[in-house]
Write a protein of this length. Structure first.
Length: 349
């Protein structure tokens, strides 16, 4: 090999990755190279070799050019696959059937192969697909003059599609204490249920709920609640979701003293999800149930949790859950609060 060819290869070969990279030029003159991931909503995401994934306003894009084929959704809803480039304010897609053009500002979406596969999966998922969830556990022990053991567990799962959302939940606390040779239960409660939301419009949804509850220290053998209503997506941002909902339900309470209560209820409340940082997420849910069969009586459910991610599958949680009953069984308090902290294991399917 001649010295000229060797010199050419040493200079040219390192430049191949740069030549093959997608390129975005912004209105302020900055140029970003890497691999275009997606244009979702008003943001463009590109994966840079050194900066990782970088997002920028689509409105700030002056020109764009891809080395790989991308799926582009044009203003009329047509999807076209091909390499993209710009000519002035026009985006051009070099599709096999011929070049397609559209105003740059009017492009609905841009996706690489992985993002397109994920998008297609969401459009027609099976019932067992798209589930995400977590399992929480907490354990507190005391040894010495008193011996106590308290175990808390919780399970939550959610399946979200563009049209609906299914939620499942279960949590429990069980505690025992031994003092002067005498053992007794100090906490024993189980709560669980499911909910379903169906989008009617981008903001409005209909919902159903079904809850179950056992609480030994409220003398509650079983609370069964079934109902439904409407909800409103008041805030829907990347880092903040806030919903309002309300409706009616049927409540049946069975107490260990043979008291039976059957009631119609009016309920309303809210739910919040706030990503405080890249690692920490805060969730809150509140609902008040007004008894229509026995006016003046009511119940309140309140749940609050903060989770900090340690690894993708592991986090640390702090959880508070309160159940208030205005008319408890005779001799029992109106509030029962569960507090727990421990590890959170997450999963996705």
């Amino acid at each position: 090999m001649s010295n000229t060819i060797r010199t050419f290869l040493l200079v040219f070969l390192p430049c191949l990755p740069m030549l093959a990279a997608d390129q975005v030029v912004l209105s302020n003159g900055d140029t970003i190279t890497g691999a275009i991931v997606k244009k979702d909503g008003a943001k463009l995401t590109i994966k840079s070799e050194f900066l990782g994934e970088v997002s920028m306003p689509w409105s700030a894009v002056k020109s764009i050019k891809s080395d790989a084929e991308l799926v582009v959704v044009l203003p009329g809803g047509e999807s076209v696959k091909g390499k993209i480039s710009t000519s002035g304010d026009t985006l051009q897609v070099a599709a096999p059937a011929g070049t397609k053009s559209a105003p740059l500002t009017g492009v609905t979406a841009v996706r690489d192969a992985a993002e397109q596969h994920a998008w297609e999966r969401i459009q027609h998922p099976g019932l067992l697909e798209l589930w995400t969830g977590n399992f929480d556990t907490g354990l507190a022990l005391a040894r010495g003059n008193a011996r106590t053991d308290t175990l808390t567990t919780a399970f939550n799962a959610t399946r979200i599609t563009p049209k609906d959302k299914i939620t499942l939940y279960f949590n429990q606390i069980y505690g025992t204490a031994r003092l002067n040779g005498v053992s007794s239960e100090v906490a024993s409660a189980i709560r669980g249920g499911w909910g379903y939301n169906r989008q009617v419009s981008p903001r409005l949804f209909v919902n159903t709920l079904n809850d179950y509850e056992f609480d030994r220290f409220q003398n509650l053998d079983l609370r069964f609640v079934a109902g439904g209503g409407f909800g409103w997506n008041a805030i829907k941002k990347d880092n903040l979701h806030f919903d309002l909902s309300g409706g009616g339900d049927y409540d049946r309470d069975n107490f260990s003293d043979n008291t039976r209560r059957n009631s119609a209820e009016l309920n309303y409340g809210d739910s919040l999800l706030y990503k405080m940082s890249a690692a920490t997420t805060l969730t809150q849910a509140f609902r008040i149930f007004h008894n229509l069969s026995h006016t003046g009586e009511y119940r309140v459910n309140f749940d609050l949790a903060a989770v900090t991610t340690i690894k993708k599958w592991l986090g640390w949680h702090v959880t508070a859950s309160d159940r208030f009953l205005s008319d408890p069984a005779f001799g029992r308090q109106r509030n029962d609060i569960l507090l727990s902290t421990g590890f959170r294991l997450t999963f996705a399917k």
